[in-house]
Design a protein around this ligand. Structure first.
Ligand SMILES: *[C@@H]1O[C@H](CO)[C@@H](O)[C@H](O)[C@H]1NC(C)=O
Ligand SMILES: *[C@@H]1O[C@H](CO)[C@@H](O)[C@H](O)[C@H]1NC(C)=O
Ligand SMILES: *[C@@H]1O[C@H](CO)[C@@H](O)[C@H](O)[C@H]1NC(C)=O
Ligand SMILES: *[C@@H]1O[C@H](CO)[C@@H](O)[C@H](O)[C@H]1NC(C)=O
Ligand SMILES: *[C@@H]1O[C@H](CO)[C@@H](O)[C@H](O)[C@H]1NC(C)=O
Ligand SMILES: *[C@@H]1O[C@H](CO)[C@@H](O)[C@H](O)[C@H]1NC(C)=O
Length: 578
């Protein structure tokens, strides 16, 4: 892989970043890099505190109970946790180890990565009588395996020569095959629950959510590309197309539905639980596979979200049929949205929402699961904070895009809270109630795959240098490969499996990971020569007809990475020199 060009590009950001320019002398820059080093060490300690305790007290079971220093086999029935149907002597699926693989690589621990990969290759089996949630199993297990496989075979030589024999891919294919019976429905929409050994159980519920059946394409698509077996990608794509065909005339999708009838059950919908990763996977599928179809779906869906859910920096819920507001609630999962907006180049909107989420974090010490915006109070039962990553994730993306050192302070503050409130001798524990900071005996695997990873990348992004990745909704990186692309935006030059950014002499990068995929559309906005390029994703705050008042409404163009301005006729754009 050729990494030279991209390396230069990353250095260039540091030099030209206006945020750094605005600091008085060179001294603050040093302070910033010292701070990053210090913070990076602190995250490293957090990760290993979580990881080592898991390995000591829980492995090969699924997740650690950090207070009692024992384990839970939670992959079975994740999201339900009745732990029914578990076989005798069950030892779990090493879920937290699978989830840690890509983080070990990001943290540069090749030795431990190799050890873990070899253990899993030899000892893991999915032939167990356990009922699992398809979505959770897909993003955590299949995603963890596929990502780690790709990291194991890239050109970095992380393994002692000849020791890796595609064991993770064999496992990934095995579990992928076990997913397929779930898709055997009249609609192609998959059942939410599946028994790994026996397939769909008799009397299984036909109810699922939009994110459950609309966030499979990255992992299953990658599996098809890696194995040459098209069934996984086809199944996920068919489900996605069915789901999209069920949208309302406003381009909104509901939040729960029936997989047999293809009818909506819950019409109230938003960007949080039950829907969130559906949006995320459309844009990320477009980045990973380059298919225009994903872009078209994403674009329409994104515009609808911004139009019907957004209220200033907040997002409420609305009825998919009428667009009328239903619930005025902030949920902790919504905090991923600013990160997604960075990916599409809508920085001002991302920045303003992120700030509000951080205010709520500061007010409570961590983010409560649900906050009632209309009553300005916590939801009476959902007062927990299960070590969720979304705010750290968005902070990472915003820092990548802007290099504004303020985001480093946000990261520092998040870490301080995590260490202060959730760290116990045996790991990190979830918060049961943010008003009392009473803890719960559970260290979720996503704390290792996401929370720690995004915090680490905020302070040290060397993993990203020399390659383009997209992160799955569980934080597992997938390299963006040229031969997986049907079609790419013109602005990218492909070279040897690495996407190389066009040189940007006076440009300010708009989005993270050196990939901006928000194709511009040319507007003829009236006046002579008044031709502008509109970044298709940005919706200015100013007014309903998408016009801007000033440059701040317009952000940075996602295709060229140049700052956009507001034209005299009120359109955001980059002025074309004709
Ligand atoms: C689980 O681990 C125990 C202790 O190592 C072992 O005796 C048992 O056979 C294992 N169960 C299975 C299903 O492998
Ligand atoms: C890798 O992880 C193992 C297990 O926590 C630890 O003992 C070792 O020091 C780590 N190595 C590096 C280079 O961080
Ligand atoms: C597989 O598990 C067994 C039993 O725990 C262990 O002895 C063996 O070393 C494991 N294989 C690898 C490659 O780690
Ligand atoms: C399925 O549901 C029907 C009706 O409720 C019940 O009679 C039957 O025993 C159930 N079958 C299983 C396997 O649970
Ligand atoms: C984010 O918003 C704050 C407050 O409005 C502003 O001061 C800051 O410059 C913005 N940052 C970016 C990168 O847009
Ligand atoms: C791609 O790789 C080949 C062989 O490793 C090399 O000769 C070529 O220069 C590379 N192309 C680019 C654009 O880096």
């Amino acid at each position: 892989m050729s990494s030279g060009k991209l390396g230069t590009w990353v250095v260039t950001i540091l030099v030209i970043s206006p945020a750094l320019f605005s600091l008085s002398a060179t001294e603050p820059e040093f302070r910033s890099s010292d701070k990053r080093r210090l913070m990076k060490e602190r995250v490293r300690k957090m990760f290993y505190h979580a990881y080592d305790n898991y390995m000591k007290y829980a492995f090969p079971h699924d997740e650690l109970k950090p207070i009692t220093k024992t384990y839970t086999d939670s992959l079975s029935e994740l999201g339900n946790l009745n732990l029914e149907h578990l076989p005798q002597n069950y030892n779990g699926s090493a879920l937290t180890l699978i989830e840690s693989l890509s983080s070990l690589v990001v943290l540069g621990n090749d030795t431990e990565f190799e050890k873990a990969v070899l253990w899993l290759s030899e000892n893991l089996t999915f032939d167990v009588d356990a009922r699992v949630n398809l979505f959770e199993c897909n993003i955590r297990v299949l995603g963890g395996l596929v990502s780690a496989h790709m990291l194991a075979i890239d050109s970095r030589n992380r393994f002692t020569q000849g020791t890796y024999k595609n064991g993770l891919l064999v496992l990934a294919e095995d579990i992928g095959r076990r997913f397929l019976p779930a898709f055997d429905t009249p609609t192609g929409l998959p059942y939410a629950w599946i028994n790994l050994k026996y397939g769909v159980m008799e009397n299984e519920t036909t109810e699922t959510s939009t994110s459950d059946c609309g966030s499979l394409i990255l992992e299953m698509g990658a599996l098809s590309r890696l194995t040459g077996d098209p069934r996984y990608e086809s199944a996920a794509l068919r489900a996605l197309r069915t789901l999209w065909s069920m949208r309302s005339s406003l381009n909104l999708l509901g939040s729960t539905l029936d997989v047999e009838t293809g009818e909506w059950i819950e019409y109230s919908t938003g960007i949080g639980a039950g829907v969130d990763s559906f949006y995320e996977y459309l844009i990320k599928a477009y980045i990973l596979f380059g298919k225009e179809e994903y872009w078209r779906m994403f674009h329409a869906a994104y515009l609808a979200v911004q139009r019907y859910f957004r209220h200033g920096p907040w997002y409420h819920e609305a009825d998919m049929r009428t667009g009328r507001a239903t619930f005025w609630q902030l949920t902790s999962l919504q905090a991923f949205w600013p990160g997604l907006q960075v990916l599409v180049g809508d920085i001002p909107a991302a920045n303003s929402s992120h700030r509000e989420f951080f205010h709520v974090w500061k007010a409570f010490g961590v983010l409560p699961e649900r906050y009632l915006l209309d009553h300005q109070m916590l939801h009476p039962t959902e007062k927990y904070y299960p070590l969720r990553p979304e705010l750290a994730e968005s902070t990472f993306y915003l820092y990548q895009a802007t290099k504004d050192p303020w985001y480093l302070e946000v990261g520092e503050s998040i870490m301080k809270s995590l260490n202060q409130y959730t760290k116990v001798k045996g790991g990190f524990a979830s918060v049961r109630d943010v008003t009392s900071m009473q803890l719960e005996d559970h260290q979720h695997s996503f704390f290792l795959s996401e929370t720690c990873k995004y915090l680490y990348l905020l302070f040290d992004n060397s993993f990203l240098v020399g390659g383009n990745y997209i992160f799955t909704t569980e934080g597992h990186p997938l390299p963006v490969l040229s031969d997986w692309h049907d079609k790419l935006p013109d602005s990218y030059i492909l070279a040897n499996y690495t996407l190389i950014q066009r040189p940007m002499s006076q440009a300010t990068p708009a989005s993270a990971l050196s990939l901006q995929v928000c194709p511009a559309t040319t507007l003829n906005s009236g006046g002579e020569g008044d031709r502008t390029v509109e970044s298709a994703c940005h919706i200015p705050d100013a007014s309903r007809d998408h016009r801007c008042l000033n440059g701040y409404d317009c952000g940075t163009d996602a295709t060229t990475c140049r700052r956009r301005s507001c034209s005299p006729s009120g359109y955001c754009g980059l002025w074309l020199s004709i």
